[in-house]
Design a protein around this ligand. Structure first.
Ligand SMILES: Nc1ncnc2c1ncn2[C@@H]1O[C@H](COP(=O)(O)OP(=O)(O)OP(=O)(O)O)[C@@H](O)[C@H]1O
Ligand SMILES: [Mg+2]
Length: 365
């Protein structure tokens, strides 16, 4: 009660109630907490630091993305969660339990509560689809009669009812990953770890697998930790994101914030790749136009307001659009336009945008 009141008072004090998703995250219990967790390997007598001491909290029920280039430490990080890797130091708490202190029996229990899917699916080629999904249930000693019912339910969830008797070699990549997902869900885990789960798939199959993961998150309340090197994957499905660079956490926050206002150069690069913006080309276009240049960011319902026209009429300002995009971050529409302002009252135009809740960033005064 005291805790709830403190959270409520703080939420009122910081004005968070108007920003419901953040408030929602605050009151949701933290499920995974990294405390100065780190990992080094010894290679030919030399220490290789894969992950610098890391502090991070992942809330229950969220889809948390971790992005980084090859070798950034993503797999190391995710494999520390189910202790496929032993940490070199620090602590990892899951649901308040110190995972770093678990014995073998404790570890078996932990791994039943955590499902995992992989880039190359890791299916057993000698088993059918149904046999692969049944495997973790057999290991857990589940009775045969229950296994069959559970496998049927899982295959229906991932849309593979018609493929139960096929072997992995007879499936497409997307279907293989669906088997991987069904298998990972078999023991009713609370957490699903995804290590580059869509990196081997084409864009359309990626979209359908991400859609399935989002549906599982919503319907089962499962916490999902997803690692990727593509910002577009983060944008489509994640609530919050952390950016890893050379073993170090360099930026983290809600996806809309990190995606629309990246701070670290590595994050900038990921966003530019996803947006397919050629930054050099864009800056070259700055030289070709006069006047002030601004980036306008519209989020949520504002994205569809006819603001540009209204403000142009009211202030006499003309726009020269240098780049632009309208898309979605998870379920929230956004728009981002880089424009040069010509003529009229530019100050009044920018004040008009800000008053309408549009984020205004001056790129050239
Ligand atoms: N078993 C190991 N022994 C020695 N070094 C390792 C081992 N596993 C990983 N590393 C090193 O740790 C660093 C992080 O590796 P990790 O596999 O976590 O990166 P990653 O971000 O998952 O990369 P990728 O996107 O290529 O999968 C790398 O420098 C890697 O060479
Ligand atoms: Mg990896």
């Amino acid at each position: 009660m005291v805790l709830l009141r403190t959270i409520w008072n703080n939420a009122v004090r910081w004005g968070l109630l108007g920003f419901t998703p953040l408030f929602f995250l605050l009151v949701r219990a933290a499920v995974i907490r990294f405390q100065r967790l780190h990992k080094s390997y010894s290679v030919a007598g030399r220490e290789v630091v894969a992950l610098q001491p890391l502090d991070l909290t992942i809330a229950s029920g969220e889809v948390f993305g971790i992005i980084g280039h090859s070798g950034a430490g993503k797999s190391t990080l995710i494999r520390l969660i189910n202790r496929l890797e032993e940490p070199s130091g620090g602590r990892l708490l899951i649901g308040g339990e110190d995972v770093t202190a678990l014995d073998r029996a404790g570890l078996r229990g932990l791994r039943r509560r955590i499902g995992m899917i992989f880039q190359h699916f890791n299916l057993l080629s000698s088993r059918t689809v149904a046999g692969n999904v049944a495997f973790p249930l057999e290991l857990a000693g589940t009775p045969r009669s229950e296994i069959d019912a559970r496998v049927a339910e899982l295959l229906a969830r991932v849309g593979l009812e018609q493929h139960a008797d096929k072997y992995p070699v007879q499936l497409s990549g997307g279907q293989k990953q669906r088997v991987g997902i069904a298998r990972a869900l078999a023991t009713h885990p609370q957490i699903l770890l995804c290590d580059e789960a869509t990196s081997a798939l084409d864009p359309q199959t990626t979209a359908s697998v991400l859609q399935l993961l989002g549906q599982i998150n919503r319907e089962l309340g499962l916490t999902i930790v997803l690692i990727t090197h593509e910002m577009d994957v983060i944008r489509r499905v994640c609530d919050r994101v952390a950016v890893l660079d050379a073993g170090q956490l360099v930026e983290s926050g809600p996806v809309a914030e990190v995606f629309l206002h990246p701070q670290h150069p590595t994050t900038h690069r990921f966003v530019s790749e996803a947006e397919q913006v050629d930054e050099r080309e864009l800056h070259r276009s700055f030289a070709a136009v006069g006047g002030r240049i601004v980036r306008l960011t519209f989020l949520g319902a504002d994205t569809y307001q006819p603001l540009l026209g209204r403000i142009a009429r009211d202030t006499g300002v003309d726009y020269n659009i240098l780049s632009g995009r309208v898309d979605r971050i998870k379920d929230t529409p956004y728009g981002q336009l880089t424009v040069a302002l010509a003529g009229g009252d530019a100050n009044a135009a920018l004040a008009g945008f800000a008053a309408a809740g549009v984020h205004v960033e001056e790129l050239r005064q």
